[in-house]
Design a protein around this ligand. Sequence first.
Ligand code: GDP
Ligand code: GDP
Length: 437
Amino acid sequence: MAGFTVAIVGRPNVGKSTLFNRLLEQRKAIVDDQSGVTRDRQYGIADWNGKTFNVVDTGGFVAGSDDVFEREIRKQAKVAIEEANLIIFMCDVTTGITDLDSDVANILRRASKPVYLVVNKVDNHQRQLEATEFYSLGFEHIFFLSSMSGSGTGELLDELVSNITPEMGEASLDTDLPKIAIIGQPNVGKSSLLNALVGAERNIVSDIAGTTRDTIHTHYNMFQKDFMLIDTAGIRRKTKVNEDLEFYSVIRAIKAVDESDVVMLLLDAEKGVTAQDLSIFSLATRKGKGIVVLVNKWDTVEKGTNTARDYEKELKQRLAPFSDVPVIFTSVIEKQRIFKAIETALEVYDNRKRRIQTSVLNEILLKAIEAYHPPVVRGIPIRIKYVTQLPTHTPAFAFFCNLPDDVKTPYRNYLENQIRSNFNFTGVPLKIFFRKK
Ligand code: GDP
Ligand code: GDP
């Protein structure tokens, strides 16, 4: 991760994710009063007075036996020490200092990085008095907060960002891990998919569409592979229906596409592809993102012999001209093909990284050009002499020729098809340029 990174560490239920959400929030905070929610590490970008930093919530876990619990929390502290430039150590005034707090404090005191002790749930004056006991933990920087109301967060942030120097650069979630965005219309099954992948209730699924927070990046490990899922679903709460909800959900989808390498676009099998889906699809294509289409709620469709094949064919016609896209029929409810979907997204990620050696490329494509020449213009034959893959993020090819402006779309499409039929670029938009030799 580029930029300054802050990790939040502490026992479950002290309010870490409440603070995490608050730091990420540009709009009004909504508090999740469901506790004991399992989640992996979460990453987000916060912004205060024009300075940005990464925030890592090192996670909460459902209580197991005491020693599992202690082991986990030590691990959390160590991860924080490794990954972060600054650590927020969060305690809860309502429980006072627990043994586990003292343990974690011992680990953190030995860290060579600044540790800010944050005593949370200091909601009123009485609790302010009680909070003074935390001075005994011996940290130089101590803050009293109510993450729920936001009181005290300003002071914390002021001091926190004073550690950030311009040389540290803008915060960015750009790790080397594949980043897969889960995109789709409200109620298509995004949260259910996340839940199924985690194997536990990370998100609270409800029938209320839309939420009011930004993208969340979650680190996963599956099939011996590490990757990030970017979701816009967030933790579901009972929110009041808000007229801006639709607007923000589109904005967040665009943001998630921007932040991703591969877009997993969920469709509702019954509803089919909507205009909104097509505009996200074409946005992702223009931005050169990898794409996998999931036709979800496949369980709700009555099936004959060729249903899937016909469905896919029709769908691809709507997605044209870019139709070399994997289509997976999923049922999150019945846990059908959801791992296949992730595997496919990771394959598309690899395809997008594919680099073809110039010699191999020329050998195959010059032969294809020989077999089917570009048309003659104004009596002059178009001669393509040479092709190379450009050193770009997303696959792009340059064909060097005598009349670059005269090569028209049908021939361009022929060349793209030749590339696709010889090399695996499934799910990846290709850019093709013609240049003067
Ligand atoms: P985590 O497990 O450490 O991530 O804790 P959560 O953020 O999930 O919070 C646990 C519980 O404490 C939730 O019910 C929150 O609503 C509550 N909580 C969080 N911050 C505050 C606070 O400042 N004051 C009060 N009174 N409750 C809070
Ligand atoms: P989100 O708004 O995209 O996050 O959608 P949710 O995950 O909240 O799902 C909306 C509704 O669709 C919930 O009632 C889910 O139980 C239901 N749902 C999700 N996936 C499936 C599926 O594969 N089949 C069926 N029948 N229902 C599903």
